[in-house]
Design a protein around this ligand. Sequence first.
Ligand SMILES: Nc1nc2c(c(=O)[nH]1)N[C@H]1C(S)=C(S)[C@@H](COP(=O)(O)O)O[C@H]1N2
Ligand SMILES: [Mo]
Length: 422
Amino acid sequence: MDALEVTGGGPETARMLTDESTYDQTRHQQWLAGQARGVSRRTVLRMSALAGTALAVGTPETASAAGPIVKPLPPELFEVYGTNAETRWESLSGQGYLTPIDRFFVRNHTSTPTIDANTWRLRVFGSGLRHGPVEFSYRELRRMPTETTTAFIECAGNGRSYYTSQQGQQVAGTPWKLGAIGVARWRGVKLSTVLARAGLSRNAVDVLPSGLDADFVTGGVNLGRVRRPLPIDKALDDVLLAYEMNGQPLPPDHGFPVRLVVPSWVGISSIKWLGEIEVSETPLVSPWSTQFYRLIGPTYPAEGTVVACQVVKSAFELARGATLQAGQRHILRGRSWSGNGRICKVDVSVDGVHWHPAKPTSYAHERAWLQWEFPWHPKQSGAYALRARATDSTGVTQPDVTPYNTQGYLFDAIVPHPVTVV
Ligand SMILES: Nc1nc2c(c(=O)[nH]1)N[C@H]1C(S)=C(S)[C@@H](COP(=O)(O)O)O[C@H]1N2
Ligand SMILES: [Mo]
């Protein structure tokens, strides 16, 4: 937990930070002491049988290390922070367009729960329904018309650590580098289909999906189930109730049996282990819309701005501090994405002065990323900082500096990537 090298930027931030890191530390210690709600090897076996997937089940030694996250987290694929784990970008090198499940980041407020799909129900209720509450079983959902979409899920705090290391600012939360993003092919039912079957009223304005994982307790306060409201327009647009990820039943860590996928929006919208959806004629709130996931800082209104879409970012498929040979031609590869739409242009600089276009090597999906490459023939040995700068379909380009917000969300500035040429 030393990795949580975050400190407060003021009294308010300091308190939130202390709460968050105290919480994470406590959780981690409970887990180490075997007190936290973990998942045993037997549970993993049961779940893999149920889901029909070939889940990797470790030896008793690795199984006893099972913690808040069920899947293995080998250090070459992940960097782990308490209940969360980010993908190492170098592990995407040589992979295809989609992030394989074995290296897809995990962001858990508590622990991955064990859910039986046979007894699972989705309860839909609230003033925004015409005929009262409705329940759907897993089988019922699977019989509804299916929809498939390729979309990224990205944590709003992805890149947060660069507020500190590049801009000298203290921010609260998990100090992600750029690995709190993944792209998958999600299959499921459109939320609009489910809401129509539930008897959606014309007057509904918000939906509030909530998860079946444990209540989130922070700073001694129980904030209840992880949940965040979604305006009805987005809910009826491109939101999916996903039960498959990259052609597999949804893995436990990513929301088995059913999760929400809210394309282009901050990851917290994509509620995992979905249990309930409240549909309302009046606006809904939760601590995840009033306390967390708001932009608060000198350039924002006093009450803050609610976070919705992700911003434009780029990353190299390379370890930070990687070593490259001088006098040889290298192909630098990377990926860029934006919550505003597809990526139209990526430029790369190896000296921080001259910029050259990178070559796209994939389709530019509207809700996912663009893969690109850039040939580089370094002649001189020494330290370099590689830079990639993307522009999306709305004309937004990555800036040099991101305006500060206390919780370090939506870092979109260019991230110089250190390498050594020998
Ligand atoms: N029920 C529930 N849903 C959740 C969360 C959670 O802790 N509990 N974390 C959210 C956050 S903050 C993110 S970034 C994404 C991460 O999805 P992943 O773990 O599948 O990568 O899930 C979201 N959905
Ligand atoms: Mo997140």
